[in-house]
Design a protein around this ligand. Structure first.
Ligand code: NAD
Ligand code: 89V
Length: 340
């Protein structure tokens, strides 16, 4: 049984704790937060008896195999470095780092310690996205040449995550990072990106709309469009919708998890809705299911000694797209990813 500790007992960590309880090969034996109410409530709700207010002391004194870092991005470098120094495996929430320099240093630190580092980049683990990836890889529409990966919503994310309204960067750093990663999972790595951003909601600090165009190495051109300023019915939060053209057909992931594949004059429609786990609640159940799948993958990789699909090293490419998108939107340029 692998023993883990949770660092950060906030809004999203509750999902991670529920998911850990579903995974046979791992157990969270200690929790840590600087906020007493949060750490005590999380410990009580999940039956954890070892409770800490200092992550470094916890890593030095508890018998652990891994840490699950569920704090916001500002503390990630310090915590990942400390985990590497303590010889622990790490799963760390997105956004992985504030800068590429930090991200590279974190990857090097854990690699140098001979441990495994995975970024909790869970959107590509959603079952509807997995179904689309499998259909593409199975040749359902031939060779893809165009893709639209789209997340448009008017859902109030600020009441659960108030920092999203006050951080200087919003939609690309918080949500676009997932959607760019889904584009990579579908179409492969990226040669060039261009982006434009808008702020529609005047009460927040960062951008809440981003439209990005990507040239993928395999020949696909994709449009990755994200908005938290879209008032529409049905509200699709937190679904990622897809439209993909291939040389033999088309694939669409429509609202309400409806996967439509057309090829040679025939149409196949599948319901790829995620299961509603016993602890999950709509509309978050799609994200919540993916938390279980990604954490189970982390444990499988630790047991097998293999690299996670969304390893720290892999995530450098998603993070580079985020940085390049901001640079493109700021300067009005198209960015060649070769130098990133
Ligand atoms: P939050 O502010 O609600 O919780 C973070 C907690 O970490 C707080 O309780 C804070 O006191 C604690 N903390 C911060 N630094 C600490 C330290 N050094 N030691 C101990 N505790 C510390 O934030 P949140 O909304 O839960 O988001 C956390 C992370 O999860 C963010 O990076 C966010 O982007 C990410 N997130 C991911 C998803 C997803 O689907 N993958 C969804 C929501 C949020
Ligand atoms: O998944 C996330 O990272 C969340 C949300 C869906 C609200 O953008 O922050």
């Amino acid at each position: 049984m692998l023993k883990g500790a949770l660092i950060g007992c906030g809004f999203f960590a509750q999902n991670q704790m529920h998911a850990w309880r579903m995974i046979d090969g791992a157990r969270i034996v200690a929790v840590c937060d600087m906020d007493r109410d949060r750490r005590d409530r999380t410990a009580r709700d999940f039956g954890v008896t070892r409770i800490h207010d200092d992550a470094l002391r916890m890593m030095a004194t508890e018998e652990l195999d891994f840490v699950d870092i569920a704090t916001t991005v500002g503390s990630h470098r310090m915590l990942v470095q400390a985990a590497a120094d303590a010889g622990l495996h790490v799963i760390c929430q997105k956004p992985f780092a504030e800068t590429m320099e930090d991200a590279r240093a974190m990857v090097a630190a854990v690699q140098g310690a001979g441990r495994t580092l995975m970024v909790h980049e869970n959107f590509r683990w959603q079952s509807a996205i997995r179904a689309a990836i499998a259909a593409l890889q199975g040749g359902a529409i031939g060779t893809p040449f165009f893709g639209r990966v789209s997340f448009r919503s008017g859902f109030d994310v600020f009441s659960g995550q108030p920092y999203l309204a006050t951080d200087p960067r919003f939609i690309i750093q918080d949500l676009g990072i997932h959607i760019l990663d889904v584009a990579r999972a579908l179409f492969g790595d990226v040669d060039r990106i261009s982006a434009s951003t808008q702020r529609i909601n005047p009460t927040i600090r960062g951008e809440d709309v981003a439209t990005m165009m990507l040239d993928h190495q395999g020949g696909v051109t994709s449009v990755v469009d994200c908005s938290y300023a879209t008032r529409r019915s049905p509200e699709t939060f937190p679904q990622t919708l897809l439209e993909i053209d291939g040389d033999r057909g088309t694939l669409r992931l429509d609202a309400c998890y409806r996967l439509v594949i057309q090829n040679a004059g025939r149409e196949h429609i599948r319901d790829v809705a995620p299961p509603l786990l016993p602890w999950a609640e709509r509309p978050w159940h799609n994200i919540q299911e993916s938390v279980h799948l990604i954490q189970a993958h982390f444990v499988d990789c630790l047991r097998a000694g293999t690299q996670p699909e969304t390893s720290g090293h892999d995530n450098l490419k998603t993070l580079a797209l985020v940085e390049a998108a901001y640079a493109s939107a700021r300067d009005g340029t198209r960015i060649d990813m070769a130098g990133w």
